[in-house]
Design a protein around this ligand. Structure first.
Ligand SMILES: CC(C)(COP(=O)(O)OP(=O)(O)OC[C@H]1O[C@@H](n2cnc3c(N)ncnc32)[C@H](O)[C@@H]1OP(=O)(O)O)[C@@H](O)C(=O)NCCC(=O)NCCS
Length: 176
């Protein structure tokens, strides 16, 4: 369940597996091919690069309350993307965030990482997966809608949509 082999639209073979601390070595090359615009869509703040402190935080998550999956290209061993899921301490829900290497956008990896994360959340027994998406991020909002998420305006943050997936509504076959 924690690992799966997938093939992208252009034929790239990719392993999706749990992110481990040693993957810190893959981040500089990965982030060197993530545009500042994509960083802003992911972190909601203008940034030209991700600080070493931030990378450290992203790598050292607590597996009791969070999970992160990394996508590795099998032929080159390069990091192509990452999706994470952090439990909400108040209920049986969790919040996701996702980032794909910019030159690979549109190859189907984001979709596969989202499905993998949703399958994991279902198996973990969570009830709801939530996310925050900038209202301008139309391709992400479309993908979320195709995956069954409902979207509404964030009452606290202008220009932000909250997306929410009720996991009971997702058939097992849809994410396996
Ligand atoms: C948003 C993001 C994760 C999408 O990843 P991606 O790999 O480019 O997405 P995919 O190639 O899997 O999907 C692209 C398209 O195909 C669709 N799609 C992909 N695979 C599909 C499948 N098997 N069946 C049906 N639809 C599919 C998606 O709806 C989407 O539509 P669009 O490109 O026409 O808008 C990526 O662009 C990214 O990292 N962006 C910057 C960070 C960000 O925006 N994060 C979201 C906020 S946390």
């Amino acid at each position: 369940m924690l690992e799966r082999h997938v093939t992208l639209h252009a034929g790239e073979k990719v392993l999706i597996r749990q992110l481990v601390p040693e993957d810190v070595a893959l981040y500089p090359d990965f982030l060197s091919e993530v545009t500042s615009d994509d960083l802003r869509l992911r972190f909601f703040a203008p940034m030209r690069e991700v600080s070493p402190e931030m990378i450290d935080k992203l790598i050292h998550y607590d597996p009791a309350h969070a999970m992160a999956f990394i996508a590795i290209e099998e032929t080159t061993a390069k990091m192509l993307g990452v999706v994470r899921l952090h439990d909400d301490p108040n209920d049986e829900s969790a919040e996701f965030a996702i980032l794909v290497r910019s030159r690979l956008k549109g190859h189907g990896l984001g979709w596969l990482l989202m499905k993998h994360m949703i399958a994991f959340a279902k198996e973990k027994g969570l009830k709801i997966v939530r996310g925050e998406v900038l209202a301008e991020n139309l391709s992400m909002l479309l993908m979320c809608s195709e995956l069954g998420f409902h979207a509404h305006d964030d009452p606290d943050e202008h220009g932000v949509k909250r997306v929410e997936l009720i996991l009971d509504e997702v058939p097992h076959e849809a994410v396996h």
